[in-house]
Structure formats: structure tokens, C-alpha cells
Design a protein around this ligand. Structure first.
Ligand SMILES: [Zn+2]
Length: 426
């Protein structure tokens, strides 16, 4: 495919927007950026006109549990333990692989509509999620969430995680990556953590986990190990493999130093942390310490949507709640959802619009009442834009959604299937 995006406002990774520029996309990459007249002659497979529109890097949802869209609004406003033990886990025990497939496609539809081009996921029946990713054209890093309390379980869980990697790592033309997913320091034993880390190192995979989400987790870790969850994982050597660590809410100064030293990628999940009453992650201190902080929605059961624009705005606002309105200014907030997210998933050529970078990008309509006037485009994006402003999404240079219509699958069919499946859980 040779696609010309003609006469757009462009937002590269850093710095402000540039007007009246065109982008040539060839072989899945941005091959040239410049004035339309200088981008060579056609023929082009497609020309997309950009007057009144913005092209910017696709957003990265760096922590979610995609199939949980099936449990959107299923059980809200409960304490975390009761929510899990009495509502979510019993429902999940009834899940069938086929249901996970349809739920994953619904989640992908929602992600595409909000301009997400890549996501990191942790759940089970992950072959079904992989199939949905492959068919939909989106990019993803998938992990099977391992939970084990004894040796036999440990064998089974590790085998499932490794089999997923055998089958899918690097699949779908490289759009699909697999990570190993020990669920949390408190749901996997020492030996599973060490074996997963070793396997990740040998195979060149990342680890994806939940870390220091609640105060109770920290208290329990101090009682059991005499160490915080971060110190405990460091002691196990778990940071020897690159790691995506969701939440990172309850951290000591020493914890933050450890995360920075080992290059751990922290994923901020503001809505989930607010909704489950977990607390406020110290995003500013993490960034100041040099930790790469990305942004995620977490699962739809604790959010209840996968809207990264909302997440972006909440991240920028929540950072200020402590009393400092200069914390996490708009350009820095936007980086969490774009370039930092791409880096967190190991996508070093995505998250920015430069010649040579991966063509994972989104087109927004700027001709909307809430985006007028435009003194500062980035400020408008962070504090005023909505998912509904996203019109078109390209992943690896392929048009996956155009004018809000998903090209790769039938969104109507997916919604009907999930409505039908949801009857079982009423
Ligand atoms: Zn999570």
C-alpha cells in the first residue's frame, strides 16, 4: 500500500504541531514528510485529504484485560476483595473460549474508535485474544496471566504462558508480541517468578505484571517478606527481564529508585485506581526519577470503558490534586499515552511521526465545537478532546478504521454476539 495523507496538521512526538504537511506511507512506514508537491508523483493506492484534520501518533493502552468488556457494569461500587471474590471470579469461571474471542473483538472495536493502535493485555484463553488481534489489524503485546499457589499449578501456568509465546510471538507480520505474565508478586510464588524471568530472558520476552496496586498489598508483603513488593521482586532478580508493571501506586522513595535503576516501565491506570479506591500513583516522582511511565485503562470491569482520552485527561488532572497545578502539563501527559507507551511495549519505532517510523497513526477531526479556538493544540487534545473525535486509524500502514468504520471486521455482528453472550451472566 502506498498512501498519501495530504495537507494535514501534523503532531510529531515532541514539539508543537506543524501545518500543511503531507505524509507518504509505504511498506508500513512513514517514508516521507513534507509539502504535498514534494512527495513524489503517484500513483497512490489512496489519498486522504487533511484539511481541518490532525494526524498524530496512535495511542498505546499499556495495561488492560480486554475480554473484561463482557463484564462492563456487571458489579460496581464494591470493595476490591468482595468485587473479585463474589462477582468477577465466579463470572470468569463460567467463561468459554469462544466468548473471550467475541469480547476481545468488542474491546478492539472500542480501542480503535478511541485511536488506540497498540495495547498490552493480560488475561486467559489468550489464543482467542490473539486470533482477534490477528484478524482486526491492531497491534498488541499479549500475556497469559499466571496465578499459582502450589507446584503443580506452577507447572501448568508456566507451560500455558510459554505455549502462548511459542504460538504467537512475532505473528501477524510482527504485530503480535507475547510477554510472560506472572499476575502479581502476591499471586505467584518465588520459584514461578524466577522461572518466568529466566524464560523471558532466554526468549527475549518482556514480563507484564501488577505491582504495588494497593496499600494492603504493601502491608502484607512487609509482613511476609520484610520487604516492599518492589524490593521483593528485585531480590528475586525479576527485573533482569524488561518489565511492564501496572499501577505502581504505593511506592517508597527507595522503590522508585529501584524501578528507575532497572528500567522498569510503570503503567499508570488512573480510572481503575480511583474506582477501586486504590490511591494515586506518584507519576511526577516516577518521571523525575527517570522511570518510563505509560498509561492504561485496566479492564473494563474496573473503568468501565477503554477510552484513552478520558484516561489521559484524568492522569493530567489527578497529578494536580495534591495541590500543584503545574504537575504533569499537557505535553508530558500526552507523551504517556503515545511515545512512552510505545517504548513500554518495546515499539521503539512507533509513538512518533518521523520519516522511517512505523505508520501507527490516527486522524482526528479538529472541526468540532469543543476544539475551537485552537491556541494550543496539545492542550486541547489533553483537556478537551474525546474518543469520538477520532475518525481514521492506521496500523503498520494499513487503514484499519476509516471515517469511524472498522474495515477488518463487522462491528455490528460483534456487538450482537456480545449482547447475546451477556444473557448467560445476568
Ligand atoms: Zn490489571
Amino acid at each position: 500500500m502506498r498512501i498519501l495523507l495530504k495537507d494535514f496538521t501534523i503532531l510529531p512526538a515532541a514539539g508543537g504541531p506543524k501545518e500543511h504537511l503531507s505524509l507518504l506511507i509505504e511498506g508500513g512506514r512513514i517514508s516521507r514528510i513534507g509539502a504535498a508537491a514534494k512527495l513524489g508523483d503517484g500513483p497512490f493506492d489512496r489519498v486522504i485529504e487533511g484539511r481541518g484534520k490532525l494526524v498524530m501518533p496512535g495511542l498505546v493502552n499499556a495495561h488492560t484485560h480486554l475480554p473484561m468488556v463482557l463484564f462492563r457494569g456487571y458489579a460496581d461500587d464494591l470493595p476490591l476483595r468482595q468485587w473479585l471474590e463474589e462477582a468477577i471470579w465466579p463470572a470468569e469461571r463460567k467463561l468459554k473460549p469462544e466468548e473471550v474471542y467475541w469480547a476481545a473483538l468488542l474491546g478492539i472495536a472500542e480501542l480503535l474508535h478511541s485511536g488506540v493502535t497498540a495495547f498490552a493485555d493480560m488475561y486467559f484463553f489468550m489464543d482467542e485474544v490473539a486470533r482477534a488481534v490477528e484478524e482486526s489489524g491492531i497491534r498488541a503485546q499479549l500475556a497469559y496471566g499466571m496465578i499459582a499457589s502450589d507446584a503443580a499449578q506452577e507447572e501448568r501456568e508456566l507451560a500455558k504462558g510459554l505455549e502462548l509465546a511459542d504460538r504467537w510471538h512475532g505473528a501477524a507480520g510482527g504485530r503480535l508480541q507475547v510477554a510472560l505474565g506472572p499476575h502479581a508478586p502476591y499471586t505467584c510464588g518465588r520459584s514461578l517468578w524466577q522461572r518466568a524471568t529466566e524464560a523471558a530472558q532466554q526468549r527475549g520476552l518482556m514480563l507484564h505484571t501488577h505491582l504495588a496496586e494497593t496499600e494492603a498489598e504493601v502491608v502484607e508483603s512487609l509482613q511476609r517478606h520484610g520487604q516492599s513488593p518492589v524490593e521483593y521482586l528485585e531480590g528475586l532478580g525479576a527485573f533482569a527481564a524488561p518489565m511492564l508493571a501496572a499501577h505502581c501506586v504505593h511506592l517508597s522513595e527507595r522503590d522508585i529508585e529501584i524501578l528507575a535503576e532497572h528500567g522498569v516501565h510503570a503503567v499508570h491506570n488512573p480510572t481503575s485506581n480511583m474506582k477501586l479506591g486504590s490511591g494515586i500513583a506518584p507519576v511526577r516522582r516516577l518521571l523525575e526519577a527517570g522511570v518510563n511511565v505509560a498509561l492504561g485503562t485496566d479492564g473494563a470491569a474496573s473503568n468501565n470503558d477503554l477510552d484513552m482520552w478520558e484516561e489521559l485527561r484524568l492522569a493530567a488532572l489527578l497529578a494536580k490534586v495534591g495541590g500543584d497545578p503545574t504537575a504533569l502539563p499537557a505535553p508530558e501527559a500526552l507523551s504517556l499515552a503515545t511515545v512512552n507507551g510505545a517504548r513500554a511495549l518495546g515499539l521503539n519505532e512507533a509513538g512518533k511521526l518521523e520519516e522511517g517510523s512505523t505508520a501507527d497513526l490516527v486522524i482526528l477531526d479538529l472541526d468540532r465545537p469543543h476544539l475551537v479556538p485552537q491556541y494550543d493544540l496539545v492542550s486541547n487534545l489533553v483537556y478537551a478532546a474525546h474518543a469520538a473525535d477520532v475518525e481514521t486509524v492506521l496500523v503498520a500502514g494499513e487503514i484499519v478504521m476509516e471515517e469511524r468504520e472498522i474495515k477488518s471486521f463487522d462491528e455490528g455482528e460483534v456487538k450482537a454476539k456480545v449482547r447475546e453472550i451477556s444473557r448467560k451472566y445476568r
